[in-house]
Design a protein around this ligand. Structure first.
Ligand code: PXL
Length: 282
C-alpha cells in the first residue's frame, strides 16, 4: 500500500510546539507523509511570547499549489489550521477545490482562539473568513472558543454541560453534512475530551478521559494532527477521536509531571512511539 499523503496548511513557529512542528512529526510517526504548505514563519507562536517575528507566506502559497498541481500530486487529506492573512482564506478554498478528489478527507481546524479569547493576529474579517472556509470541510475541530465564534454567539452564552456540547456539535454540522469534533469538551466533572457529531451516522458520540487539571498550549494542534492521521489510516471518526483524546492525555500527564511552562507546549516527542502502530504494515 502506498504511504498516504496529507497536505498540511499551517504556520511554522520555530519555538513553542504548535502547528507544523507538531503536525509533521505526528503524521510521520503514524505512517503518513506530511507535505507542509506554510502560511507564515514565526519565531514563536503568539500565545505567551512578546516580540515574535512574523513572515507572511501569502504570496508564496498559490505558487506552491500551482507547482504541486503541475506535478499532479494527489493527497488523501487536506488539513488546514492557523492562517497568516485574510487573503489566505480564499487561497486555501482554491486549494481545496483544486486538490479535492474522490475520497479526499478535508479537515479544517478553525484556529481562531482559546479560553474565550481570539488570538492576537486574528482579525474579525479572518474569523468570518474561517467560518466560510470551514463550510468546505468534511471534518472541523473547533474548541469551545472557536465554536462560539463559528456560531456567532458570545463565549459566555454557549450552552453548558454535556447536553450543551451535544447541542453545539449538532448546530455546527450544517444539517448533518459535516462532521464536528468539539475539543476541550467535558461530558462530566473531572472529565474532558471530545464530543463528536459524525456525519457518517448522524449521531453524537462523547469520547472522554480523565482531566489533567492544568491548561496547555498547542494541544489543539496535537489533537487535530492525531485525528487526521487516524482518519487517513482508515479509522472511523469516533476511533480517530479516541486516539487523539488518549494521546493528548498522555502528553498532558507527562508535561504536568515535568512542570513545563505552558507556552512551551506539550512534551510529546518522547511519546511518539505510542502512535507508530497506526503506520505499521506487513
Ligand atoms: O495552536 C494554535 C496556534 C498556531 N499557530 C500559532 C499560534 C497558535 C496559538 O496561539 O499562535 C502561530
Amino acid at each position: 500500500m502506498m504511504t498516504p499523503r496529507v497536505a498540511a496548511i499551517h504556520d511554522m513557529s520555530g519555538f513553542g510546539r504548535c502547528s507544523l512542528t507538531v503536525a509533521i512529526p505526528i503524521l510521520s510517526a503514524m505512517g503518513v507523509q506530511c507535505c507542509p504548505l506554510p502560511t507564515a514563519f514565526l519565531s514563536t507562536h503568539t500565545g505567551g511570547f512578546e516580540g515574535f517575528t512574523f513572515l507572511d507566506m501569502t504570496d508564496e502559497m498559490p505558487k506552491v499549489a500551482a507547482h504541486w498541481k503541475q506535478l499532479d500530486l494527489g493527497f488523501r487529506a487536506l488539513y488546514s489550521g492557523f492562517l497568516g492573512s485574510e487573503r489566505q482564506i480564499g487561497i486555501v478554498e482554491d486549494f481545496i477545490q483544486n486538490f479535492c478528489a474522490d475520497g479526499t478527507i478535508v479537515v479544517v481546524d478553525p484556529v481562531m482562539g482559546d479560553h474565550g479569547k481570539v488570538y492576537q493576529t486574528y482579525t474579525p474579517a479572518m474569523c468570518a473568513g474561517t467560518a466560510h472556509l470551514a463550510a468546505q470541510a468534511d471534518v472541523i475541530t473547533p474548541n469551545l472558543t472557536e465554536a462560539a465564534l463559528l456560531l456567532g454567539i458570545p463565549y459566555e452564552d454557549l450552552p453548558a454541560g454535556e447536553a450543551g456540547c451535544r447541542e453545539i456539535v449538532e448546530k455546527l454540522s450544517l444539517e448533518g453534512r459535516r462532521s464536528v469534533v468539539l475539543t476541550g469538551a467535558a461530558a462530566g466533572e473531572d472529565a474532558t475530551g471530545a464530543v463528536c457529531f459524525d456525519a457518517a451516522d448522524g449521531r453524537v458520540h462523547a469520547v472522554q478521559t480523565e482531566r489533567v487539571p492544568r491548561e496547555f498550549h498547542g494541544t489543539g494542534d496535537v489533537f487535530a494532527s492525531v485525528l487526521t492521521g487516524a482518519l487517513v489510516q482508515g479509522a472511523s471518526l469516533t476511533e480517530a477521536a479516541r486516539a487523539a483524546v488518549d494521546f493528548v492525555k498522555l502528553c498532558a500527564e507527562r508535561t504536568a509531571a515535568e512542570g513545563l511552562p505552558m507556552r512551551e507546549g506539550v512534551d510529546f516527542e518522547p511519546l511518539l512511539g505510542a502512535l507508530t502502530a497506526w503506520g505499521a504494515r506487513t
